[in-house]
Design a protein around this ligand. Sequence first.
Ligand SMILES: CC(=O)SCCNC(=O)CCNC(=O)[C@H](O)C(C)(C)COP(=O)(O)OP(=O)(O)OC[C@H]1O[C@@H](n2cnc3c(N)ncnc32)[C@H](O)[C@@H]1OP(=O)(O)O
Length: 216
Amino acid sequence: MNKIVLLGSGGHAKVVIDIVELAGEYEVLGLLDDHRPAGTVVCGYEVLGPLELLGSVQADGCIAAVGDNATRERIVRRAEALAPGLPFVAAVHPKAVIARSASLGEGTVVMAGAVVNGDTSVGKHAIINTNASIDHDSVLGDYVSVAPRAATGGGVRIGSHAAISIGATIIHGIAIGEHAVIGAGATVVSPIESFAVAYGTPARVVRRREAGERYL
Ligand SMILES: CC(=O)SCCNC(=O)CCNC(=O)[C@H](O)C(C)(C)COP(=O)(O)OP(=O)(O)OC[C@H]1O[C@@H](n2cnc3c(N)ncnc32)[C@H](O)[C@@H]1OP(=O)(O)O
């Protein structure tokens, strides 16, 4: 079986480990993380060392397994430089439902109970978290995250690096700009511009944010 390494070893990596094990397509070789000592065991797998080791481990692929969207992109960029050509693989929990006509980009992870409906396209290195629901004809950019139990109607557009927080709802046909953060429990009924933080019911823009600013 092909072996993959996970880049990251925190809470999100724990969930990705479970998905990879249950999906049964790849074996986890170990984890690489600059911020946890080598030899630390996470859900049965060892932290092999820092990300710099990516070029020397005998892996057939990898997944950037960090929840924060900007950090995940930084890790992907470093991995591409350290191990050019090493594929990023997608991981889909066997209890997720992905329509035959939907597409997922490389490195994207879909958690248990999530649904991605027909003709929806999800970009690269995105996260569709536990029980999230993305309805038909939607387009999600690269490095997007949709938190647990968030839901969208059909024909929604979510720009790259945007974060849809836990339990948020986006009605059909809405566009969310890149790097926007939709707060927990929000109900979005009108478009939200790029780099905005919005929450509430109905969701209102409360401030602007910079790319990479913490939201978790
Ligand atoms: C598996 C996983 O763990 S996935 C990750 C799950 N976690 C999430 O989804 C995190 C979601 N995060 C949020 O919703 C955050 O509250 C953010 C990012 C929107 C915070 O935005 P900020 O502007 O930094 O809010 P801050 O924490 O400074 O609070 C400012 C005010 O807004 C309120 N507020 C913050 N978030 C929300 C929200 N989602 N809805 C309503 N009010 C909110 C606060 O209570 C506070 O009110 P106060 O001034 O009356 O005390």
